[in-house]
Design a protein around this ligand. Structure first.
Ligand code: SF4
Ligand code: SF4
Length: 385
């Protein structure tokens, strides 16, 4: 049995759903696509995806960074092969009793637990295996997050799946309900071919995206994508706030409507790390401290996001749920929170829920609020009541 076949067998044994292999050539098409996306403003120039470095001045496009992300040799000089893996995250969930009667926000399926960390641990086992089989002759590194190396082109070239028009990799058995990961190695392995499949005439995801973020097939305007916005501490445009619905983190609408995802079976599996389930009570997040935030979301991807972004998400979800029980806790945020973005979105949520108590608090806040943008938010909120 070839070493490539043994690696695939091991992948299956340790619970990886797909293991394929490709060469270590760079990805010029992906690089071009990324640069165009930044130039068109579909990815903010100062986002960590493009700058990845706080020393880079805002609005300065870091072309080197993008180029490095599309070139496996930037991570491992003598790389010869890339093992591309996928793990399905569509898991069976048990109802969480603690959520009964509470106002809850929705967690996107890919974040119910830390599937990336789960994959990373499995990739480590593959590296250990390669080391044993080759007597530590080759260097290998594992990646399970797109920040240092762009993963989707790797998965496409290795035949893990093909690009959906929503920009997400679709696999044959698990649809797009997968997280990706890679081992890049100096070891030369037999490679696989890309799959010859595509979306055909379907445009369901493009038509169903609530914010029209899929501007054309395979081109996503991240600044309009609720998944992207939910991770970052930025203002949510007024036009998107009702479309936000009860999301606390992420968005999977374009995956839920995809015909390729309909027949995927739920897995009986729970990731060991960072499990938070699909719903989370929102009110405790309004006053959560950084320490509590880190503890509550330990090992989950949310712990890596700015607390203010998650708090803002909770506030928008509460506004959209519209339950008057949220009014008093929201007033407290409007009066006490240091962050203008948080106060501004709180004003909107109070305007959305409405009622005398919310109106009185907004009028009072307008008299003392020092931030111009927050005052505009309050004025707008008062118009909504
Ligand atoms: S994740 Fe949501 S907002 Fe983003 S493209 Fe898909 S449907 Fe649109
Ligand atoms: S909804 Fe249709 S167009 Fe969109 S990814 Fe799925 S198959 Fe492709």
């Amino acid at each position: 049995m070839s070493l490539a076949a043994k690696i695939k067998e091991l992948g299956e044994e340790i619970g990886l759903d797909i293991v394929r292999i490709t060469n270590a050539e760079s990805f010029p098409e992906a690089e071009k696509h990324l640069i165009e996306s930044v130039e068109k403003g579909y990815i903010p120039k100062n986002d960590y995806y493009t700058s990845g470095n706080i020393s880079v001045r805002p609005n300065q496009l870091n072309l080197n960074k993008i180029s490095r992300r599309c070139n496996p040799k930037s991570i491992l000089k003598r790389v010869k092969s890339i093992i591309s893996v996928a793990e399905c995250y569509l898991i069976e969930e048990t109802e969480d009793v603690q959520d009964k009667g509470q106002l809850c926000g929705k967690i996107a399926k890919y974040d119910a637990g830390n599937f990336y960390y789960d994959v990373k641990l499995k990739l480590k086992k593959i590296i250990d295996f390669i080391n044993q089989e080759t007597n530590y002759k080759y260097k290998s590194k594992n990646k399970s997050c797109y920040i240092s190396l762009t993963e989707k082109p790797i998965a496409r070239r290795a035949g893990v799946g093909w690009y959906g028009k929503n920009g997400i990799i679709i696999t044959e058995r698990f649809g797009s309900w997968v997280v990706l990961g890679e081992v890049i190695t100096e070891l030369e392995l037999d490679t696989d071919e890309p799959l010859q499949q595509d979306c055909g005439d379907c445009t369901i995801c493009i038509d169903s995206c609530p914010t029209k973020a899929i501007v054309s097939p395979y081109v996503i305007d991240r600044t309009k994508c609720l998944q992207f916005i939910s991770e970052r501490p930025m203002n949510v445009p007024l036009a998107f706030r009702e479309k936000w619905e009860d999301r606390l983190y992420g968005c999977t609408t374009c995956q839920e409507v995809c015909p390729q995802n309909r027949k995927v079976k739920l897995k009986k599996y729970k990731p060991e790390y960072g499990y938070i389930g699909s719903k989370i009570p929102l009110m405790p997040l309004l006053q959560i401290t950084e320490e509590e935030f880190q503890r509550y979301f330990a090992y989950n991807q949310i712990a890596m996001r700015p607390k203010e972004a998650i708090k803002r998400n909770a506030i928008l979800a509460l506004g959209n749920i519209g339950d008057p029980r949220a009014v008093v806790p929201l007033i407290k945020v409007l009066q006490e929170d240091d962050n203008p973005m948080v106060r501004g979105h709180t004003a909107w949520a109070l305007g959305k829920i409405g009622g005398e108590k919310a109106k009185f608090a907004l009028e009072k806040a307008l008299k003392i609020e020092g931030d111009r943008e927050v005052r505009e938010e309050i004025t707008n909120a008062l118009r909504m009541i």
